[in-house]
Write a protein that binds this ligand. Structure first.
Ligand code: NAD
Ligand code: IPM
Ligand code: MN
Length: 361
């Protein structure tokens, strides 16, 4: 039976509320399957700025370095949003991704049958959707050469820069994942306008044709893809794209799943620790009120079990518990509709943990 060390970085807003439920669920997995998970909390984001002046204090980095995986809530909020502030909570998260070279961000988008009515889209559009976005996470606009506006505020820029090597490694990882699924890979770019996208398309084409000839590869322009994603989402399987396109498209994709609160993510590099966090942010509008949906964080814990610890049966147990609890009618407010039982963050986490403890599968 395994022993695993997990750095827990709750962060800001609803971050602490949803990570507490992911920890509760991991504890249930530990008891049910006989593993020991050792949790160590550390500061990140606005909470870390308030306590230390830095959004990513050295102690946090050290704590992560000594862990097998990192569980993160969310960072940011109005308190730290002054555009002239010297440091921002978001820099903590970007710094963490860069520090561990977490270049591939897996964002699965699955529509649970119980939630087909929770989206504003038609049931026939969302039913059966099972997408896997692979978002490049350490390059592009987020990390290219940039210029802050400075005191005169006359000019500022960010640049989308990619190297062949950065594209090759994330496309290879996406292609390997596509091989284990429906063998269908969609690469999203803006090659009709951007030089970085033309390189992206050329390298993707070369890597897939040479190393993964068994895959069906298609290239779709990002503006059109944003439309196809809500018109015929079931037509796609694995979608690989650059950093900012992936950021935007996955928030859009959360509508398919019923809510921002439903989507998990895994950020992976060549070696541990990986970072596991929900796709949503700190949701200041609902923070501190036991209203947040913890399922994105809980499913991120499932991804941790799968990708960081190779505990596939345990990951499935978490996913099946989430599915069963949704089938039983439990809903947080964001996914509520009709004859369902509205529960809070804690009650949803407890119900899922209890299901893992008491249900044979
Ligand atoms: P957000 O994702 O925090 O919220 C968008 C909307 O979705 C809000 O209406 C919110 O209430 C709702 N929502 C989000 N998560 C939910 C959940 N678990 N349950 C129920 N409803 C949920 O995005 P935003 O409002 O644009 O950003 C708020 C702050 O979060 C900003 O400071 C931003 O920088 C930060 N942010 C952080 C992360 C991260 O830490 N990974 C991701 C996105 C945004
Ligand atoms: C996300 C967030 C982050 C991003 C921010 C908070 C830096 O939106 O994880 O999706 O843009 O990557
Ligand atoms: Mn985002």
């Amino acid at each position: 039976m395994g022993r695993f060390v997990i750095a827990v970085l709750p962060g800001d807003g609803i971050g602490p509320e949803v990570t507490a439920e992911a920890v509760r669920v991991l504890e249930a997995v530990g008891r049910r399957f006989g593993h020991t998970f050792e949790f160590h909390e550390a500061l990140i984001g606005g909470a870390a700025i308030d306590a230390t002046g830095s959004p990513l204090p050295p102690e946090t980095l050290e704590r992560c370095r000594r862990s097998d995986a990192i569980l993160l809530g969310a960072v940011g909020g109005p308190k730290w949003d002054d555009p002239t502030a010297p440091v921002r909570p978001e820099q903590g998260l970007l710094g963490l991704r860069k520090a561990f070279d977490l270049f591939a961000n897996l964002r699965p988008v699955r529509v649970f049958p119980a939630l087909v009515g929770a989206t504003p889209l038609k049931e026939r559009v969302v039913r059966g959707v099972d997408l896997l976005f692979v978002r490049e996470l350490t390059g592009g606009l987020y990390f290219g050469p940039r210029q802050e506006a400075g005191p005169d505020g006359e000019e500022a820029y960010d640049t989308m820069r990619y190297t062949r090597w950065e594209i090759e490694r994330v496309v290879r990882l996406a292609a390997r994942l596509a091989r284990g699924r429906r063998k269908q890979l969609t690469s999203v770019d803006k090659a009709n306008v951007l030089a970085a996208s033309r390189l992206w398309r050329r390298v993707t084409e070369e890597v897939v044709r040479r190393e993964f000839p068994d895959l069906a590869l298609e290239h779709v322009l990002v503006d059109a893809f944003a439309m196809h994603l809500i018109r015929r989402p079931a037509a796609f399987d694995v979608v690989v794209t650059e950093n900012m396109f992936g950021d935007i498209l996955t928030d859009e994709a959360s509508v398919l799943a019923g809510s921002m609160g439903m989507l998990p993510s895994a950020s992976l590099g060549e070696s541990p620790p990986g970072l596991f966090e929900p796709v949503h942010g700190s949701a200041p509008d609902i923070a501190g009120r036991n209203l947040a949906n913890p399922i994105g964080a809980i499913l991120s814990a499932a991804l941790m079990l799968r990708y960081a610890f190779s505990l596939e049966a345990e990951a499935r147990a978490v996913e099946q518990a989430v599915e069963a609890i949704l089938e039983a009618g439990y809903r947080t407010r964001d996914i509520a509709d009709g004859e369902t039982c509205i529960v809070g963050t804690r009650e949803m986490g407890e119900a899922i943990a209890q299901r893992i403890l008491h249900c044979a599968s």
